[in-house]
Design a protein around this ligand. Structure first.
Ligand SMILES: Cc1cc2nc3c(=O)[nH]c(=O)nc-3n(C[C@H](O)[C@H](O)[C@H](O)COP(=O)(O)OP(=O)(O)OC[C@H]3O[C@@H](n4cnc5c(N)ncnc54)[C@H](O)[C@@H]3O)c2cc1C
Length: 399
């Protein structure tokens, strides 16, 4: 299934992930991870330090949805605490926010150890709105954060420090970060210890389970025998025989050419409170990436002509937001990809009905960082330890 369309900015780099072979023989391992996007790469990095793990991908590592991600990293979920209360207790929401912060710290530690080769940076974030409903929501979220000792500042029209207008802004000084998702995947892949057990261009066709062991068959008819299978196939659910594991949409992005004078925001990720919503970030080479305009994902193809309309709309909206930059806003990249979300905004991470099949699907706006803490969760489950995130992320949960 094709999950991305167009030329993605983040994977358009000279220093690509080194090429790994395709599997051309049968293989035996303890754990097989299927899918080498950012999620599979993160999980493989941590698991391979303890277990005999093999990682396979149908294509090249990191070239699917991972390359399309804007990679705004933060503890905040798609919805605000007030809306999440239908699906989680207040205590659980705080637990999940804290987990987001821990995940960013895990990323920082990794970068500290292996070097910052993926443009990782901690950043503040701003959510802004002009609508009455939006202002109510931002004020409630502000109070929720203060109540639970998270930093939060409200900007109004009077003290707005940004060069574009809004009625109310929710500013979060810490708790956010940004990264090049493709380059981070590269670092995770190339620093994993199981270098000889990673295979690209190796598509899994089917799995069968007999006598507590899996026989996993590739499209070239090679067999992988293993005890446990972890599906990190992103928003491609073909191997699960389940079409609606989460709500899937297509999200669209444009990236401008370099623009002078946008240093004002070098360190902020910005999102509006609209339907459909938009997100903005300044890239390290002084370009703007602007995305959103999500459309429903109905058929298993991405519509080229709809994408063109969405890119034009994004460009026009960007010019409206920054009229003083109109002559400089030229578009260099246009791409879109599949994005998925669940009711409680959390990914599907954990054991399934067959306890030896795990899902590692990081749906949601902060799916990428949650793959960091999600790896710890998987290790705890493998070791039979309790983890208080288990129920919240369980693929068997109702939300
Ligand atoms: C426009 C856009 C903006 C986004 N912005 C953000 C953001 O700001 N922050 C954030 O956290 N997330 C964001 N996301 C979501 C983010 O992209 C995903 O959460 C993330 O990329 C998922 O990574 P993954 O590794 O699970 O999936 P993928 O990158 O799609 O990787 C899955 C891999 O599985 C492989 N695979 C599938 N089936 C098989 C098979 N049968 N056999 C072998 N291999 C198989 C595929 O080849 C693929 O490489 C955004 C998404 C889009 C589209």
């Amino acid at each position: 299934m094709k999950c991305i369309l167009g030329k993605a900015y983040f994977s358009d780099v000279k220093d690509k992930i080194k090429q790994y072979p395709y599997l051309d023989r049968d293989l035996d391992c303890d754990i097989l991870i299927i899918g080498g996007g950012i999620d599979g790469a993160i999980l493989n990095f941590y698991l391979s330090q303890k277990y005999n793990v093999a990682l396979v991908d149908a294509s090249r590592f990191g070239m699917s949805c991972t390359s399309a991600a804007t990679a705004l990293l933060e503890y905040q979920l798609d919805d605000y605490a007030q809306d999440l209360k239908d699906f989680m207790s207040e205590e659980d929401i705080v637990k999940v926010y804290k987990m987001g912060l821990e995940s960013i710290e895990m990323m920082s530690e990794f970068i500290l150890k292996f070097g910052n080769h993926s443009h990782f940076k901690k950043t503040p974030s701003l959510m802004y709105t002009d609508s009455i409903l939006g202002m109510k929501a931002l004020k409630e979220e502000h109070l929720f954060r203060l109540k639970h000792n998270f930093k939060s500042v409200l900007y109004t029209e009077e003290n707005n420090p940004y060069p574009f207008k809004f009625k109310l802004g929710l500013y979060n000084e810490d708790g956010g970060a940004e990264v090049n998702p493709y380059l981070f995947t590269k670092q995770m892949i190339e620093n994993a210890v199981n270098q000889k057990q990673m295979y690209e261009n190796t598509m899994i066709d089917r799995l069968t389970y007999n006598n507590d062991r899996f026989e996993v068959i590739t499209t070239f008819d090679n067999k992988i025998m293993c005890n446990k299978v972890i599906l990190a196939t992103g928003f491609d659910f073909s191997l699960m025989n389940e079409k609606d594991l989460c709500e899937r949409v297509i999200s669209y992005s444009i990236v401008t050419k370099e623009i002078e004078g946008i240093d004002w925001e070098k360190s902020t990720r910005i999102q509006d409170y609209k339907e459909p919503y938009h997100y903005l970030r300044v890239l390290p080479d002084n370009r703007l990436i602007y995305g959103g305009e999500d459309s429903p994902y109905k058929v298993e193809t991405i519509d080229n002509s709809l994408a063109e309309k969405k890119y034009n709309k994004l460009k026009n909206d960007l010019i409206k937001m920054f009229p003083h930059l109109e002559t400089q806003i030229e578009i260099d990249y246009e791409f879109c990809g599949v994005f998925g979300s669940t009711k409680n905004n959390l990914g599907l991470i954990g054991q399934t009905e067959n306890p030896n099949i795990y899902y590692f699907l990081s749906a949601g706006a902060n799916g990428i960082i949650n793959a960091m803490s999600g790896s710890k969760l998987i290790i705890d489950l493998l070791e039979g330890k309790e983890n208080d995130l288990e129920d919240l992320f369980s693929p068997l949960r109702e939300n």
